[in-house]
Ligand binder design. Sequence first.
Ligand SMILES: C[S@@+](CC[C@H](N)C(=O)[O-])C[C@H]1O[C@@H](n2cnc3c(N)ncnc32)[C@H](O)[C@@H]1O
Length: 261
Amino acid sequence: MGIENMTEQRGSIAIVGLGPGGFNQLTPEAKQALERATVVIGYKTYIDLIRPLIENKTVISTGMMKEIDRCKNAIELAHEGKQVAIVSSGDPGIYGMAGPIFELLSARYGAHEAPAIDVAVIAGISALNASAALLGCPLMHDFASISLSDLLTPWETIEKRIRSAAEADFVIVFYNPKSKGRTEQIEKAIDIIACYRSKQTPAGIVRNASREEQSVIVTTLDALLQHPIDMLSSVIIGNSNTFQWNNLMITPRGYDNKYAL
Ligand SMILES: C[S@@+](CC[C@H](N)C(=O)[O-])C[C@H]1O[C@@H](n2cnc3c(N)ncnc32)[C@H](O)[C@@H]1O
């Protein structure tokens, strides 16, 4: 190893889950990863959420739909020896930045070739955890998470997954339920579920969980679309046993079948 190389620092990427928004739901591990980083990269909205924690760092924030550019940038900077944190809302492994980072790395390196940089995924509280906690315990039994965005997944595939999850009586969590330009998918999704479940099935909408504008609505499958839903919302539809209690959604685990409660 030459003198120059001995002083070179090995670069790293921490793919950091910021949780749903509030600092109280940012894990200590995520905070440490942000502290260690010299460069922080992310979507502008998420960077703005953590501004006070990343003063004195190089910050690269870009707009929506620039995920791949952000990931390529993170990988290049890490190969230059920088300590990079790339941030995701919620958990980075759930519709977050871990996917594209690993896909790009696996295109660059062979299946058994160790990369020249360190890579770590720092788990975060996903929107489904944060939303479920605000709604009571809707995810107490088997559930399926489905993104309604058809930007990267064909609608036929999404529809098939909704139908299968509804038929198999999974509690269903919808991520990316609706945007300004994409309004029909949630309507179609509810129509499909209504083929398998009672119209009175409890349903919840959590918007901006753990952020200042947080709102929580508990309603029913047939009334769901009367409430505001957007890209900052997560929607949870109960299974055939889910019931409402004190404006919460309770999905039984099955204890009352085995023990007298
Ligand atoms: C691209 S996905 C990112 C998911 C994220 N990686 C996670 O684990 O929560 C974006 C979607 O997550 C959901 N979401 C993210 N943050 C949320 C929050 N604070 N409250 C409710 N839903 C949220 C919304 O459905 C939004 O459209």
